[in-house]
Design a protein around this ligand. Sequence first.
Ligand SMILES: Cc1ncc(COP(=O)(O)O)c(C=O)c1O
Length: 366
Amino acid sequence: MPLARINLTALRHNFLALAERVAPKHVLAVVKWDAYGHGLAACVRVLDQAGAWGFGVSSPAEGIALRKSGVTKPILVMTDWVGKPIRHLLDYDLACAATSWYKVEYLESVSKQLGAPISTHLKFDTGLGRVGIHCSQYDSTLREVAKLKHLRLDAIYSHLAYGGPQHRERGLEQIRLFNDIIRFAQSVGVSPPITHLANSAAALALPEVPGTLVRTGIALYGQPPSPSVAGLLPLEPVMTLSAPILNARRIKKGHGFPAPHFYRAPFDGWGIEIDLGFSAGYPRSIVGHAKILYRGTRFPLVGVMSRDRSYALVTGDKPEPGEEVVFWGKQKESSLYLYELSPLIDALPYELTTWLSPKVPREFSD
Ligand SMILES: Cc1ncc(COP(=O)(O)O)c(C=O)c1O
């Protein structure tokens, strides 16, 4: 059976290292989608105790779950929603992202109607081109925002298209624009106490990024978002995905494995059958490209993957059934990072832990 071990000590270590790196900015810990697949409740408990300023979630439902678990710090619902969760935003004191003028007007009118101000983080699109009020409209928007009387504008923010040093110029352009927006806001009397712009990559590599907060997700989980920012801060993978060896057999160079018509072994070794297949959420298409960790060394994942089996070719003393194979994370002193695996199938590091089936048991260790 595959197992996802969640190392909460590593989570705490990563948080503290990041918090120190970005101080005096505070850390809004992004725990969307079950803490990127790591387990919301356990991760939030650790991040809360370690000093996170607040939490970014992907839906009102996740925010409510956090409040019910006893979190008293700010919670920002970062993702747009439709439907009628507005009552929940108030009842559970959740802050809401306002990513369009439509949303601003809606939050203003509901705050008025209910006689209760909704905490609002106003988002501008400064160049990522995804969501937010377009930067070409920031002056007219902020003049209108200055007239609002009912919602509570707690923050202005934006999202960087910054993935690392190769995007530095673009990042700096967005920073200039964001600073212009904040200055203009102040000039028309809109001065929310909070501003935020940085994601993990910028928090790691762009010290000039402005804001009272950084919004970091993937780095907290010990995963650099790209090779270009790897190594800037010693991050420990929080999740290790492993499975035991079921069988091992001698494979001579040139022999097919796991069957004659499959992959031809380029060296003498041991063909191992591993108790993890695509039903765990590990992508089958990565076979033939990815490495696994065995006895702390990288070996190729080969041949084929079925619903609940995979295969690798290893060397050394005869492998024993039950020995551990790591698909990502840490084994002995070696780490296999998501950014090493995801490009092999044109995916993002973010996708891999999110794909992991909820049926794979999570084992938490403090
Ligand atoms: C608006 C926003 N900010 C910050 C983050 C966190 O990004 P990262 O995990 O790269 O730190 C996300 C991730 O989903 C996001 O959507």
